[in-house]
Every structure is written in C-alpha cells, then in structure tokens.
Design a protein around this ligand. Sequence first.
Ligand code: SAM
Ligand code: SF4
Length: 445
Amino acid sequence: MMDRREILDWLRCTDSQQLERLWQQADRLRQEQVGDAVHLRGLVEISNHCARACHYCGLRAANQAIGRYRMSEEEVFACALAAQHLGYGTLVLQSGEDDGIKADWLAGLIRRIKNATPLALTLSLGERSDDALAAWREAGADRYLLRFETSDRALYRAIHPDRGSRVSDRIAILGKLRALGYETGSGVMVGIPGQRYETLADDLLLCRELDLDMIGIGPFIAHPQTPLWQAQSPLSAEDQVPPTIDMTCKAVALARILRPDANIPATTAVAVMNASLGRELALRRGANVIMPNLTPPQYRELYAIYPGKADRIETAEAGDNQIRAQVLALGRTVGSGPGGRSGRSDTERQSPEPGPVPPVSLKIAVCMGSSCFSRGNNGQTIETLRHCVEAAGLVPEITGHLCENLCTQGPHVTIGDTLYSNVQASCFAELLRHHLASGKEGIDG
Ligand code: SAM
Ligand code: SF4
C-alpha cells in the first residue's frame, strides 16, 4: 500500500532511470488488472452553454468570445448510431453546466439510445439536481463523470466559484451518484496555479478513498479568456506542480498503482499538449481508455475548454482509424463491449427500470456505412424519417447498421424486413405510404 510520503517522492522524482521503475510498475498492474484492451468511448460534446464561472475553463459563462450551441436530439442520436457503427461500447455525453438541457428531454433521449443500441452511457454534465441525476439513472444512464478538480478546499473555492447560493460540493455529489447506482468517475487537473506537490498527493489518495471506477487526470492548459490566463502562481517554483506531460504521467501511473482496477483514460488534454506522443505515453504508463471525439465538426471548435483542442478537428472515421492504429502499434488490442470497471459488470449493479414500451412501433434500419453516410444517411435524414413515421401515427425505432456492400445503390434504408435503395429524405413520406399500404410488415405492437 503506497503511502503519502512515497507518492510525494515519486511526484518530485526527476531521475529518469528511477522513473522507469514507476512506469513499469504501473504498466504491469494495468496489464494484470484490466488487461491489454484499450476501451474506446465515443465522446459527444452536446452543448457548450455553461452557467458556471470556473476560473480555468473557456466555456465559463462570462466568455462572450465564443458562439454557443446545443445539439438537437436527432444530432445526438445520429452520433450514438455512429458510435455503434464504429464498434464502440460506450457513448459519453458531455456539456457545460447547461440548464437548457432539461431533465425530461435528456431522460427521453437516454431511453431512446438505450432502446436502439447496446451502448453503455456515460454522462458528464456538471453539478445537476438530485432529481435530474435520479431521472437519468432511471432512464438507463450507466456512469457519471464529475472531476473534483483538487482536494485542496481553499484552492477549489478560489478557482471554482459557487453558483449563487448553491454551494459547490462535488465530493458530496459523487457520493449521491454512487448511491444512485452510477459507476462514478472523477479526477483532477495537474498544474493548476497554486497546486502544491502535497495537494496532488492528496488528490491521488482521495481517488483511492472514493473508490472511483474511472479516474481522469489531465494537464491544466491555460485559456486566454479566463482569469487563470498567465496567472502567477502564489507558490515558489519549487512548490508549484508544473502542468507537464511528465507530471501528468506520474499522476496517471500513481493512480493505477493506488486503484489498480479503475478505468483510466489517456485524456484529450494529454493529446493536445503533445500531439505525437501524449496519448501513447499515458497508455504506456497506466491508462487503458481513449475517448475519440464524435462531436459534429461544426461544433468542435466551439467546445473550447482550452486552446489547441480545435486543432484536432478530424472526422469521426479518420480519428477512429488513427486511434486504432496507435493502439495496435503499442501491442495492445481495442476493447469490445461496455468495458465497465473490472469485476463489476453492469448487470451486477442496480438495473434501471426499462423505459415505457411503445404501443405501435415501426423498425427502421439506416445504413451508416461511409458511402451511404456521404450520400445522405446523416442526422438530418434520420430526423426526417422520424417525423414521417410519427406523422403516420407510429413510434419510430431507428437503428444504424454497418455497410452491406451495395454502395453503388445507396443510400439504403430498411423498413421492417424490406431493403430500399437510393432513398432520398425528400421522398421518404411517399415511400413510407407505399410501404404501409403494401402489407405493413415491420410493425410491432
Ligand atoms: N461541465 C462539466 C464539468 O465541469 O464537470 C463537464 C465538462 S468540463 C469542460 C470537463 C473537465 O474539463 C473539467 O472537469 C476540468 O477538469 C477540465 N478542464 C476545464 N478547463 C480546463 C483547462 N483549462 N485545462 C485542462 N482541463 C480543463
Ligand atoms: Fe462549465 Fe464545466 Fe467549464 Fe466549469 S469546467 S466552466 S462547469 S464547462
């Protein structure tokens, strides 16, 4: 059992030969406890509206230099189908603390995704009401990520102001999430101005104490539209933790040693700080998860938590190819299934009540292969399909599927058991009328 003194010694260690021992110990434990699989979790940044004033984050409410967006239900749903199409086991929905994301709206969307796909669902939406957290869990959300950011109460208060009279206590919320049956994830930033080595050691011990299922640790990257931009640390250079890849890797390796069976991502911030090596180093020093970004390109640059993130704009499929190649080059495998915390399968946890069963539903499968996608099978088409089915008085059950190698006749849509080729959204209402008139196959209920 590693104690605080030992953690501190590692955090202050600069001897590369000694550090090699730390990297090896973390990597060995990672392999023994969670195996060689790297789990891919599709990340969708569903809104950049935020009511908070965190001193470190570019999405803070006072930043008027960015345009704000909130994705529609159909856009998020299309991303869920894309995650399924890419073979991911988990979808992560992240946003600012956006009161415009209503509890009922999201509960409906969670049910829809859970009914249509086998994806595990992780939420990361900030400090939401107990009722909202309970409703989302009941609708089928499996996990929640809420970083406590720092275990130093004074530093936390200085960089993470309360919202009006609502006192921010993320550690208390993590307890509530656990009680609701969520797998819980949390973590910290490395190198916030004012973070001492002792604080980072306590952060890591708190990760152990909270028995976290997921631990996210990334370097602090200053944003020009925030109070921490070019902020002078109140600490001497000797006491201030630097926001470097090396220091972040030490924290990742120590987190693996302290919580051997946790899921630990190689965070986006690590990849932004060092595009060629950041992810690889984290994966070799204890990490076992990557969160490929599936946010539609037009929104990505607006989700500007810190600078440099927008430079990583890539299509979902290009990003996926690159990540898979990176994982295989490390001699690791790409994980399948939801990839929950080892020894704690989703079925062992309290299961949410299933969503209401639609009385009369129509099954529609949309080909999400790259050719059909580029010919029009995208979020807009899915929205049109849904409206047409609802207008016919039926409940749509829309799923995505992989390419069926009929690309020259795409885009393809299957209604019930009937495959239709060259389907254009503008003609779908007529196609649906024809389909229903010809025997109504594919209708349940
Ligand atoms: N709004 C939600 C919340 O605060 O939990 C989720 C989104 S928030 C952008 C996700 C995480 O980004 C935060 O918990 C924080 O640790 C990290 N973050 C914010 N600003 C950052 C910065 N400038 N550098 C590195 N990480 C940052
Ligand atoms: Fe909002 Fe989260 Fe950024 Fe804080 S860290 S400003 S809550 S998005």
